[in-house]
Design a protein around this ligand. Structure first.
Ligand code: GRF
Length: 197
């Protein structure tokens, strides 16, 4: 965090529902998380989370990936907008685009993601179904630094839930999501505390 600022500044990237973004906004509003949320950016114009962000008085922007002819040009446009907010951390909250190595490098050490598994287990998609099929008795979510390798960066904090005998992917996802909403604000607060130590 730069010394002239009292609070860490976040830019949050979403693609859809935005419930994790919402949990971060609520934690900030309730004084549990010492951040200013400078902007919420979605790559999809129809992301439900955009409306919530607007109503919460946050600068909400769409950068539609379909309007760019390459991943590189989309990422470059996004980096430029994000940079204009000078964030301390860029928070991926259900942001469903693979990022280029250049983008990841540009935000190295400031780019954070939440992934619905106990990393390093179950990188990639369909984590809940895969955890059930693998016969796991425990599952959960991880907040981690983003590196060029998918779902691979250093873990900041994890939350565990039991896998129950009658779980399907939906019931397990719901149990994990409940924990994600506590985990993401806690992980960001942990990062901020480390920075100001
Ligand atoms: C969450 O399960 C998150 O872990 C994953 O995508 C989902 C996003 O949900 N990366 P939401 O948009 O935050 O509600």
């Amino acid at each position: 965090m730069t010394e002239s600022r009292s609070k860490a500044r976040l830019v949050i990237l979403i693609s859809g529902r935005g419930s994790n973004m919402r949990s971060i906004v609520e934690a900030a509003n309730q004084g549990q998380l010492d951040v200013d949320i400078a902007a919420v950016i979605s790559n999809r114009p129809d992301a439900a989370g955009l409306e919530y962000a607007q109503q919460a008085g946050i600068d909400a922007q769409v950068i539609d990936h379909k309007l760019y002819d390459s991943r590189e040009s989309f990422d470059a446009a996004m980096a430029e907008v994000i940079d204009s907010y000078q964030p301390d951390f860029v928070i991926l909250a259900g942001f469903m685009r693979i990022l280029t190595a250049d983008f990841v490098e540009h935000f190295a050490g400031r780019l954070i993601n939440i992934h619905p598994s106990l990393l390093p287990k179950f990188k990639g998609l369909h984590t809940h179904q895969r955890a059930i099929e693998a016969g796991e008795t425990e599952h959960g979510a991880s907040v981690h630094f983003v590196t060029a390798e998918l779902d691979d960066g250093p873990v900041i904090l994890q939350a565990k839930v039991p896998v129950l005998a009658d779980d399907d992917a939906d019931t397990l996802a719901a149990r994990v999501l409940e924990q994600e909403h506590l985990l993401y604000p806690a992980a960001i607060q942990k990062l901020i505390s480390q920075q100001t130590e």
